[in-house]
Design a binder for this molecule. Structure first.
Ligand code: HEM
Length: 190
């Protein structure tokens, strides 16, 4: 139940997609090519979540829309400078640095997923790119590219979680809980 001093920020779809993404990304990372069936399923789930999130970023609720949180580099830089000075303002939706990180994560996840499908096509002759690579030579380099992109995306995810924790401390509010319940204290911010 949302009380008078709380405001709904994250709709159920944003929350469901986020936690499904966390589970699927970690499952894909943990399984690698050791457990290919699960790895491929988790990878498809990541790509499905990212696709749904891209659509929801255009037609979704107020704070889910890209227009609400994707800001130019100057705004992101000014926000980070304010963070360092300990006077960053609070945002109800994603702050400018968080918004930039979300774009980076969505790009990283997409590139990782697509490179995974390409590697899968070349090495297993399966998936949407099953018939694309006639020469098996392609398997190794594509697997390497996929691995590098997955590692970079994991680093982004680590920085993302660090940013969430830092912002939670700075504004004394539990952002992780807000991503579970969907609500935040009304307070100041927009
Ligand atoms: C246990 C680990 C994680 C925690 C606690 C966490 C927490 C959060 C929180 C609190 C937000 C909202 C930030 C805000 O208030 O502005 C958020 C957003 C987001 N996180 Fe995470 N996150 C985790 C892992 C990940 C991972 C692994 C990924 C992807 C690889 C990811 C991708 C995203 C994306 C794309 C958003 C934007 C949500 C949206 O607007 O749809 N997160 N996360």
């Amino acid at each position: 139940m949302v009380t008078q001093d709380q405001v709904k920020v994250w709709d159920p779809l944003v929350r469901a997609l986020h936690w499904t993404l966390v589970g699927a990304f970690l499952a894909a990372f943990a399984t690698g090519d050791e457990w290919l069936g699960v790895h491929v399923l988790a990878g498809y789930t990541v790509l499905g979540v990212v696709s749904a999130r891209l659509v929801w970023g255009v037609v979704g609720t107020r704070h889910a829309r890209f227009g609400d949180f994707v800001r130019g580099p100057r705004t992101v830089r000014d926000y980070l400078r304010d963070v360092l000075r300990g006077r960053a303002r609070r945002y109800l939706g994603h702050n400018p640095a968080g918004g930039a990180m979300i774009v980076a994560l969505l790009v990283g996840l997409t590139l990782t997923g697509v490179s995974g499908l390409l590697a899968y096509g070349a090495s297993e002759l399966a998936g949407p790119f099953a018939g694309t690579f006639r020469d098996p030579w392609w398997a190794k380099p594509l697997e390497s590219v996929h691995e590098v992109l997955a590692n970079l995306t994991l680093i982004l995810a680590g920085v993302h979680v660090a940013g969430v924790l830092a912002s939670s401390l700075l504004h004394r509010e539990n952002l992780v809980r807000a991503m579970v319940t969907g609500t935040k204290a009304r307070g100041i911010g927009s």
